[in-house]
Write a protein that binds this ligand. Structure first.
Ligand SMILES: [Zn+2]
Length: 284
């Protein structure tokens, strides 16, 4: 006999499974009609939801009108109402529900980065854990497709006593740009890694500007801004608004330069260069 729980368990998040089982135990689910092939049921959640499960081919088709099942990012995964119904439907047909061990090993573990961790990343982009950003950007929507793994950052010296040049930073950015030529580069799923690499470079830039003149620093900032534009507009799919991270790092350096002691004879040109940065802030 076909088991509905067997077919659903490997596609269900552990947390959802536990809640579905709880629903089944607490009498929230009521089977309206069932046979060997399909089941119609009502489950009382926030509202009364209608669940329909049906064996089809080697699998099972499933429907529920709850918000979780309608959400595009989660709709491929079974909801707790479906689980509650699957458990009861199986039991009517004499099939035991999965054991604790089976639930432990067969369900999908919780995502590595939780929704709230993801949200908190955006709250302080300058301090954001870039490793978390790399992982998070891959997991959004809890589905993915094969894509290449990128380096953490391009070749770029972290020697704080070494003055930085526009040439050196230009080279680092060009290297990031070439990553898009990799075989399985994915504009959406690699976006987090691209943005993280940019931020890594910017964090080092800030350290290395200590031995640069404000004028040189301002030119480097403009170079970074130009690449940033290309990054966001052409190199990644920024549907998730990752430019919040890159922009925060640009602004941080802008503010840093404004606080640098400037030479009298450079004041006018420097102001002009910084004005350029401000003029191009909202280019996209
Ligand atoms: Zn549901």
């Amino acid at each position: 006999m076909k088991s509905a729980t067997d077919l659903l368990i490997t596609r269900t998040y552990k947390e959802i499974w536990a809640r579905g089982e709880e629903y089944a135990n607490s009498g929230r689910a009521r089977i309206a009609s069932s046979n060997e092939r399909e089941v119609e049921a009502f489950v009382k959640g926030t509202e009364l939801y209608e669940v329909h499960l049906k064996f089809s081919g080697g699998g099972i088709s499933k429907k529920c009108n709850c918000p979780y099942s309608r959400d595009t990012s989660t709709r491929h995964a079974p909801c707790k109402h479906m689980i509650a119904v699957a458990i009861l439907w199986d039991e009517i047909r004499g099939i035991k529900r999965p054991s604790k061990d089976e639930i432990e090993f067969d369900t999908i573990p919780p995502p590595l980065v939780t929704r709230s961790q993801y949200v908190s990343l955006f709250k302080n982009p300058l301090k954001a854990d870039l490793e978390l950003l790399r992982i998070a950007a891959e997991e959004i929507g809890s589905w993915s497709r094969p894509h290449s793994r990128l380096s953490n950052m391009p070749h770029f010296s972290n020697n704080e006593d070494e003055p930085l040049s526009t040439k050196e930073i230009g080279k680092a950015f060009r290297e990031i740009g070439t990553w898009t030529n990799r075989k399985r580069y994915d504009y959406y799923f690699c976006a987090g890694e691209m943005v993280a690499a940019f931020c890594e470079v910017m964090r080092l830039v800030k350290k290395r500007l200590k031995v640069s003149s404000p004028m040189e620093a301002a030119k480097i900032l403009r170079e970074a801004q130009k690449f940033h534009y290309e990054l966001v507009m052409e190199l990644i799919d920024d549907s998730d608004g990752l430019h919040a991270f890159t922009e925060a790092h640009l602004e941080d350096i802008f503010n840093y330069i404004k606080r640098m002691p400037e030479a009298e004879d450079e004041r006018v040109v420097l102001a002009k260069e910084l004005k350029e940065f401000e003029n191009h802030r909202n280019d996209y």
